[in-house]
Design a protein around this ligand. Structure first.
Ligand code: TA6
Length: 310
């Protein structure tokens, strides 16, 4: 039909930056900025935004966009000598017109392929040659899928750490809990990265949290009691999961509103504890899949186990 919007559209976003809009026939959508290869929006078929984006986000290089899904590469956080979270999140990516095929053929139409290759300047900071390909897909049920493929095209091996720094939109951080990380070991960023074991049934929030959970399951549920919504996060190739909410520290983050911490929660599939090493010619793949489903009830209780086992 002539009035119908296309599944993939390239247009201008904030400050004239290029963005790709993905639309699925039932109404869900996503937006991806070429600046950072950064997903900034993911909406369900009711038009509800599912990712958090700060009202103070600065869409201007060299600052990374605050919210959505920044890509942390080739370094997560301060785990190395580079700037915090590496540099992929504040570089311009390109549309990848000829991506190598994936092993399984998908019938989805709402997807885009991006590519990031280091510039001469980047090679001075991190002297390794690679091609970083990122496919972003909206599935038929409105699921958001990100697949990163990093190929070593250098003559020597290199190692990197990585995260999808996913900012989820939540009704109220005090009403949220995470299932799937309980009893796991974590490194506490607020305690000089010391190692602890998580105690208790589930992760809830009443103060600042900045933890790297280790050896995490492939499926994690984030339950928003007030919204009666559960985010199901599936991941592959990414053994760790970072959980971050800055709480009162939001006041010291210039591009985050003082109270905005109440409406965001970062759950970040990551490879941090053990860096990924690629020999020349080798490729690494890391995948994130997000879906948002109505929370189910059993005996009046939200039942994340059914989500995790389903
Ligand atoms: O992933 C958690 C974290 O590493 C925190 O330590 C916190 O600093 C956050 O990322 C945000 O980092 P940014 O550089 O985007 O301000």
């Amino acid at each position: 039909m002539s009035g119908e919007k296309p599944p993939v559209e390239i247009c201008k976003g904030v400050n004239g930056l290029d963005k790709v809009v993905l639309r699925e026939v039932r109404g869900s959508s996503a937006e991806v900025y070429l600046y950072g290869g950064h997903v900034t929006s993911w909406r369900n078929d009711h038009g509800e935004e599912l990712l958090f984006l700060s009202t103070k986000a600065i869409f201007k290089p060299p600052k990374a966009i605050r919210g959505g899904i920044p890509i942390c590469f080739p370094q997560f956080g301060s785990h190395g000598n580079l700037d915090q979270h590496g540099f992929a999140r504040n570089r311009f990516w390109s549309i990848d017109a000829t991506p190598p095929p994936f092993p399984t053929v998908s019938t989805n139409k709402a997807f885009t392929d991006l590519i990031f290759k280091p510039s001469e300047e980047d090679l001075k900071i991190w002297p390794h040659s690679y091609e970083f390909r990122l496919r972003i897909t909206l599935g038929p049920g409105g699921d958001l899928m990100l697949t990163s493929r990093i190929r070593n095209i250098d003559t020597k091996p290199f190692s990197f750490t990585f995260a999808y720094h996913t900012y989820l939109s939540v009704s109220d951080i005090s009403e949220v809990r995470i299932e799937g990380l309980e009893t796991l070991d974590y490194l506490d960023n607020l305690k000089a990265k010391e190692r602890f074991t998580e105690q208790g049934d589930a992760i809830t929030f009443e103060t600042e949290v900045d933890k790297i959970y280790l050896g995490t399951p492939t499926k994690i549920a984030i339950i928003d009691h007030e919204k009666k919504r559960t985010f199901v996060l599936r991941k592959d190739g990414l053994p760790d999961a970072v959980v971050w909410n800055p709480w009162e520290k939001a006041k010291s983050i210039a591009d985050l509103g003082d109270d905005e911490y109440k409406h965001m929660l970062c759950v970040e599939p990551a490879a941090v504890e053990k860096a990924i090493t690629l020999k020349p010619g080798e490729e690494w793949k890391g995948r994130l899949e997000l879906s948002a489903v109505p929370s189910s009830y059993r005996s009046g209780q939200l039942d994340p186990q059914r989500v995790l086992q389903g």
